[in-house]
Write a protein that binds this ligand. Structure first.
Ligand SMILES: Cc1ncc(COP(=O)(O)O)c(C=O)c1O
Length: 379
């Protein structure tokens, strides 16, 4: 991509990295941030979490950076330890009544269904599953068919990790609001590559993490919660970083009152993960510097190139070809894809076999030479 030095990603000298949807290439800046964390640890281990300190600063900066990327205020962001904890937190916040239903679809990443299904194991709530009739796509109308007066929330991943199918988020939000329901969006596969403005789109809840298109590392995700929900909800599963003054109740021994903040931090669990925050900030800085619109155009161009070349060679795709129905992932159907990918990995590729195909997911640091090399092996 113009203006971006591939030198920032040393792995690209050695490997053809086309697997950002699993984990991004490591940038020199993210590497340095991880080292900075270790050095700081050596300097001031044993910080007081309730006073100002560098580690808290990094976590706060991460909330702010993520907020900027999705058009939110930092007060609407809670740090989480993964998207699973984000859905778990929201599930714990809603007062479900017997027979209430949550809807997800059968293309969603397991973090959504596993959470909802495990909750339903305890009775009280049920779930309904939207089936992808063509095996590849679902529509807001498919959801509409399953909504009843028992439905309490609908959920979906904006982009499906195995195939790159992108749901029509705007229509999903409109549908949920028409039916007076909140929507929980998992945008782990789209944040950093597809523009999102949570305010303009009137999103209720959204979660995303840093490992993929945001270029950070492990162990940290973010939950966005809309203002009115922050005010209304009292999460039933939190930790001591989910209250304003964690030690107040402890010291007065009375424990009569939970000091819930008026920000999304009320959804947080325990001790933050500063290692993740350092790396996350360095990763998100790349995205903020380049701008998501530019990244979106670049990634769409490159994925189009992959689609065109695959189709010219007669491959079937497991990804819809329409631009508005896909993210930065293309899945090329291939018999024996697992064996093929194994061989390609030995030849210096970083990519994956999923759902009966070779899954390819470029980011702004990839270029047409990477695509050429891919088809040298696939063609
Ligand atoms: C769409 C989506 N959601 C969630 C996750 C990961 O969830 P967690 O952060 O709970 O591990 C992934 C990881 O691949 C994903 O693709």
């Amino acid at each position: 991509m113009e203006g971006i030095s591939r030198d920032l990603f040393p792995i690209l000298d050695k490997k053809t990295h086309l697997n950002t949807c699993s984990a991004a290439a490591l940038s020199t800046r993210v590497r340095q941030a991880a080292i900075d964390f270790i050095n700081d640890w050596d300097e001031f281990a044993g910080v007081s979490w309730v006073m100002e300190n560098k580690w808290n600063d990094q976590v706060e900066a991460a909330r702010s950076n993520f907020a900027r990327i999705i058009g939110a205020k930092p007060e609407n962001i809670a740090y989480m330890f993964g998207n699973s904890t984000a859905i778990s937190s929201i599930m714990s916040s809603i007062n479900f009544f017997d027979g209430d239903e949550i809807i997800f679809n059968d293309l969603d990443f397991p973090s959504l269904p596993t959470n909802i299904m495990s909750r339903s194991d305890h009775g009280g709530i049920n779930y309904r599953v939207v089936n992808a009739k063509d095996g590849l796509t679902v529509t807001p109308d498919d959801y509409k068919e399953l909504i009843t007066d028992k439905t309490r929330m609908i959920t979906a991943c904006e982009v499906v990790s195995n195939t790159g199918f992108r749901i029509n988020t705007q229509e999903m939000i409109e549908l949920s609001h028409d039916k007076d329901l909140p929507i929980f969006l998992d945008t782990y596969q789209s944040t950093g590559t597809i523009p999102m403005d949570v305010k303009q789109n009137d999103v209720d809840f959204m979660a995303s993490g840093n490992l993929k298109y945001l270029l950070g590392g492990f162990g940290i995700s973010f939950l966005y919660v809309r203002d009115d929900w922050i005010e209304k909800l009292r999460p039933g599963s939190i930790g001591w970083m989910g209250v304003d003054n964690p030690f107040a109740d402890l010291y007065d021994k009375l424990r009569t009152k939970l000091h819930r903040p008026n920000t999304a931090t009320k959804f947080q669990y325990g001790t933050p993960y500063p290692n993740g925050a350092y790396a996350a900030n360095a990763g998100m800085k790349h995205i903020l510097e380049i701008g998501i619109d530019k990244i979106f155009d670049h990634n769409m161009r490159l994925t189009q190139e992959i689609i065109d070349r695959a189709m010219d060679l007669g491959f079937e795709l497991l990804t819809p070809v329409e631009k508005e129905k896909r993210g930065s992932i293309v899945n090329i159907k291939l018999d024996g894809s697992i064996e093929k990918v194994r061989v390609m990995q030995q030849e210096g590729f970083i990519l994956d076999a999923r759902a009966g195909g070779v899954r390819v997911s470029p980011h702004f640091y990839n270029n047409s030479d990477d695509v050429d090399r891919l088809f040298d092996y696939l063609g």
